[in-house]
Design a protein around this ligand. Structure first.
Ligand SMILES: Nc1ncnc2c1ncn2[C@@H]1O[C@H](COP(=O)(O)OP(=O)(O)OP(=O)(O)O)[C@@H](O)[C@H]1O
Ligand SMILES: O=C(CO)[C@H](O)[C@H](O)COP(=O)(O)O
Length: 409
């Protein structure tokens, strides 16, 4: 039996609204049928209005795994996504022939959407109402929930697009259910209904000092912003970041925390990083990585004959802990690698890293040696989480395939 959803999109000036209803037993047999009946004019220009009705159906046999990646802007989400899609193979590109300013990235197996597309207020609308994009009032969580649920149910959706170039809400784009659907952005863990749809979630927790250093590097060097304007933008976002973004980390299955190094006393350069991978215990299909001996508390300096280290060296730590009242395992790396090919030495001492062959972590890291963070724990832990997501996907799919067979027996 097909399950169909009917979307009616209306946009007027700086706001947009999409209403949905679900219908079963409709006589649609194809998997992702999309019917458009458009009344009014579809347009991205301010001051115009448009109405679009879209019906999408699913045959009900989908196996989409949904992953949430939360972080503030400029905290490495895109870099992480490039590492993740690379683990699954194939190139990741924006939708072909679509809006050139689309925020979506698609590969053979994964579709990554940016939750900025659920801003309900455009740039002018936010300014008029005096709210930031981090404020839940500037975002449409009902639609986010409806559409993530549809994709999980195997139903294609017409997702809005927030255009970062113009600051306007553009006409929607068609998103078909992929094998792995990643929702990345400011609020993937904010709304309980959306949170409950996630098969796995990650929060990138970048400390203020490091965030500032990265922002300067990108926005000054690549975007021509002044130091004062970067400082002002970080300060202006801080109250809403503290109120709405940061608290989401308590819900994440894995948190990658990035802090200044402890190896250099009073370091304020922000180049050498202490990175902590905080992994919740008891998450289905996710077994935390460990160093040497599962559950023990370990401190390890790998520098010496097999790993070349210059000042200030490298220190790993591992052990059990609690995080927001939950039991977790924490793997920490402070310092940076001099020679990435020697990472194999470290990899061989890590267990439960979900590789398919010896040295796969090192291979992935070498493949993307030019990505930011490849010489430290950010790149290492993002790569490992990518491999864990691949394993989780494979186990989830296997369990779904087995379930009906077992039920019959
Ligand atoms: N691991 C890292 N080490 C050093 N710098 C990094 C790291 N990750 C990201 N950066 C810096 O931060 C910038 C932003 O990274 P990226 O584009 O991946 O973040 P984002 O969260 O997707 O940003 P936005 O939401 O603004 O698009 C990069 O250009 C780089 O300068
Ligand atoms: O926090 C952000 C997430 O990327 C952006 O600032 C937000 O989406 C608003 O975008 P813009 O600044 O382009 O209007």
């Amino acid at each position: 039996m097909a399950v169909c959803r009917v979307y009616t999109t209306q946009s007027l000036n700086s706001t947009s609204s999409i209403s949905t209803s679900t219908k079963t037993n409709l006589d649609f047999h194809q998997k992702h049928v999309v019917f458009y009946s458009t009344s009014g004019k579809r347009s991205s220009k301010r001051g115009s209005s448009s109405t679009t009705t879209v019906i999408t159906c699913s045959a009900g046999d989908s196996q989409t795994v949904v992953i949430g990646l939360a972080a503030d802007s400029g905290c490495g989400k895109s870099t992480f996504m490039r590492r993740l899609t690379s683990v699954f193979g194939g190139a990741a590109e924006p939708p072909r022939g679509g809006n050139p300013d689309s925020n979506t990235v698609i590969s053979d197996t994964t579709t990554v959407i940016c939750l900025d597309d659920y801003h309900s207020l455009d740039r002018t609308g936010r300014k008029e109402k005096g709210v930031t994009a981090l404020d839940p009032r500037a975002n449409n969580f009902d639609l986010m929930y409806e559409q993530v649920k549809s994709i999980k149910d195997g139903i294609a959706v017409e997702k809005p697009i927030y255009n970062h170039v113009t600051g306007l809400l553009d006409p929607p784009e068609l998103i078909k259910p992929p094998k792995i659907f990643v929702i990345e952005g400011l609020h993937p863990l904010y709304d309980e209904r959306v949170r409950d749809l996630l098969d796995f979630s990650i929060y990138l927790d970048i400390s203020n000092e490091v965030k500032f250093a990265w922002k300067i590097q990108r926005d000054m060097a690549e975007r021509g912003h002044s130091l004062e304007s970067i400082k002002a933008s970080i300060e202006a976002r801080k109250p809403d970041f503290d109120a709405y973004i940061d608290p989401q980390k308590q819900y994440a299955d894995a948190v990658i925390e990035v802090l200044p190094t402890l190896l250099i006393p009073d370091d304020n350069e922000g180049k050498v990083l202490r990175v902590r991978l905080i992994m919740k215990e008891g998450v289905k299909y996710f077994n935390p990585v460990y160093l040497f001996d599962e559950g023990s508390t370990i401190s390890w300096i790998p520098c010496g004959r097999k790993l070349t280290c210059s000042y200030p060296g490298i220190k790993f730590s591992y052990g059990p802990d609690t995080y927001f009242g939950d039991e977790v395992s924490v793997l920490e790396m402070d310092g940076q690698f001099d020679r990435l090919d020697e990472l194999i030495y470290v990899e061989s001492h890590l267990s439960s890293i979900s590789t398919k062959f010896y040295g796969e972590v090192t291979q992935q890291m070498l493949k993307h040696a030019d990505f930011p963070g490849s010489n430290n724990g950010t790149g290492l832990f993002q790569t490992i989480i990518g491999l864990k997501i691949r394993e989780l996907y494979e186990q989830l799919v296997t369990s779904k395939v087995r379930a009906p067979v077992e039920a019959k027996a």
